[in-house]
Write a protein that binds this ligand. Structure first.
Ligand SMILES: NC(=O)c1ccc[n+]([C@@H]2O[C@H](COP(=O)([O-])OP(=O)(O)OC[C@H]3O[C@@H](n4cnc5c(N)ncnc54)[C@H](OP(=O)(O)O)[C@@H]3O)[C@@H](O)[C@H]2O)c1
Length: 423
């Protein structure tokens, strides 16, 4: 990459619900020390955003540069990408609007982060760009929002503890949602519906998307699967029910395992995601509710009706919903043992007690990932624990460096008292 670029980060899709939150975090918390610009397709909407930012956070923001691009004009995107160290993309559905932006980033030698939760699209990006990005030492990192950062980094945290403190490999990791509160945006609904419509019209894509190993090469597939049942977890003293975001996070954690070789490259790691519930009945209700929502979303003919009932693109949860939201995950890891020995159990908490994970949290995670790549390049380049290029995951591209940044931003990533106990 050229040593000096005009910007550290550029937000492509800044006019959207989540893109605007990223710009707000920069305007409020990084008044100095970061060179940034906003980008998109509409000069008018970007000027309106800049005016609103300057009214809210200071008149100096009237100077934030605006860059215009057009998804149908690759040179316009190349021009934006070549001016920045890191391209942030929040313009989704990514299956519709994402690929030309990644293409521009890889060609320009620009690191890239986004907030897609569309695993089938990520699979296409890996096939098209992983090798070139790896050869150029360009870090392309999708899934830097709530899907899948807290889950991917939570798994890394307990696995790191097992490997470094206990000298053991992981056999299994469970990420359990203990509680959460937040809302949903129209952009997320549009992306989910688009992904489902694409899968419904392409059986091969659907089959691949259902595979928890859809983001790793064939030779690295193991025998893990999704969790759609109800079961008791003695370590948590709770029942477990299915968690819908497993259809993204599972794939990302398995890619991190493949890239970071958590299990020594044996493809034996098992990964489970779940919602924790107090009683069997509560867990059963979560399971049936989740299956009903997934079933309704899976019917393309239901989409026009759902679109009328749910937020439209550009809309999202209110400030109050985000400010009074929270998420709290418990990560449980079991070590791999030989000859029937009892595994050690490591537990961690990953949470934001004060903000919702889906939008406020997502925009913060995305920004901190971008700033990690832009401002901590030397540390990342020198660390043996992160990869230097390719289509990566938050854990494999930034690992503990990103954990530190998110802790500083108010999120919780902690190994729980005692660190490890015998099951
Ligand atoms: N990972 C997570 O946890 C997470 C959380 C939140 C959102 N997301 C994902 O992030 C994406 C954005 O969500 P959102 O709610 O912020 O969406 P949104 O409010 O609808 O914003 C979409 C953005 O994309 C831009 N865009 C749309 N079509 C474009 C085109 N043809 N050319 C250039 N720009 C275009 C829009 O620009 P204009 O203003 O010019 O229309 C806008 O800036 C979705 O895919 C969503 O699923 C993920």
């Amino acid at each position: 990459m050229a040593p000096t670029r005009a910007f550290d980060v550029v937000i492509w899709g800044a006019t959207g619900f989540t893109g605007r939150l990223v710009a707000e975090h920069l305007a409020r918390d990084y008044k100095t020390g970061v060179k940034w610009a906003i980008a998109g397709r509409s000069q008018e909407r970007l000027e309106k955003l800049r005016l609103e930012l300057s009214e809210q956070y200071g008149s100096e923001l009237q100077e934030v540069p605006i860059l215009i691009g057009d998804l149908k004009s690759q040179p316009s995107l190349d021009s934006i990408a070549s001016q920045t160290t890191v391209m942030i993309s929040t313009a989704g559905p990514f299956a519709l609007y994402g690929t030309p932006v990644v293409d521009a980033a890889v060609r320009s030698g620009t690191h890239y982060v986004d907030i897609t939760g569309e695993a089938p699209w990520v699979s296409k990006i890996i096939a098209a760009y992983h090798e070139e990005a790896a050869a150029k030492r360009v870090r392309i990192v999708p899934c830097c929002g709530f899907d899948s950062t807290p889950f991917d980094l939570g798994a890394l945290l307990v696995i790191d503890h097992m490997r470094k403190q206990l000298g053991k490999q992981p056999a299994k990791v469970l990420n359990a949602v203990m509680g959460s509160k937040g809302g949903v945006s129209g952009g997320t609904i549009a992306s989910g519906m688009n992904a489902i419509s694409e899968m419904n019209s392409n059986p091969a894509l659907k089959a691949s998307a259902r595979d928890v190993y859809s983001l790793v090469p064939e030779e690295a597939h193991g025998s893990d699967g999704e969790f759609w049942g109800v079961e008791w977890c003695p370590e948590l003293g709770k029942y477990l029910a299915p968690f819908v975001m497993q259809v993204v996070n599972n794939r990302v954690v398995h890619r991190s395992n493949y890239l970071n070789k958590y299990d020594g490259g044996s493809s034996t790691l098992r990964y489970q995601e779940a919602v924790a519930a107090k009683s069997w009945l509560a867990a059963k209700s979560v399971q049936l509710g989740t299956l009903a929502v997934v079933g309704a979303m899976g019917q393309s003919w239901m989409h026009p009706l759902l679109k009328k009932l749910l937020p439209a693109p550009g809309e999202g949860p209110s400030r109050e919903t985000m400010m009074t939201g929270y998420f709290k995950n418990r990560v449980v890891g079991w070590t791999k043992e030989e000859g029937g020995a009892q595994p050690s159990v490591v537990q961690a908490e990953v949470a934001d007690p004060h903000r919702d994970g889906g939008y406020w949290g997502t925009s913060r995670m995305l920004l901190e990932a971008a700033l990690c790549l832009a401002l901590q390049q030397q540390e990342l380049d020198a660390s043996p624990e992160v990869l230097k290029g390719g289509v990566l995951t938050p854990a494999s591209a930034m690992g503990i460096f990103l954990v530190e940044r998110l802790r500083n931003a108010g999120q919780t990533f902690k190994i729980l008292e005692g660190g490890a106990s015998t099951a």
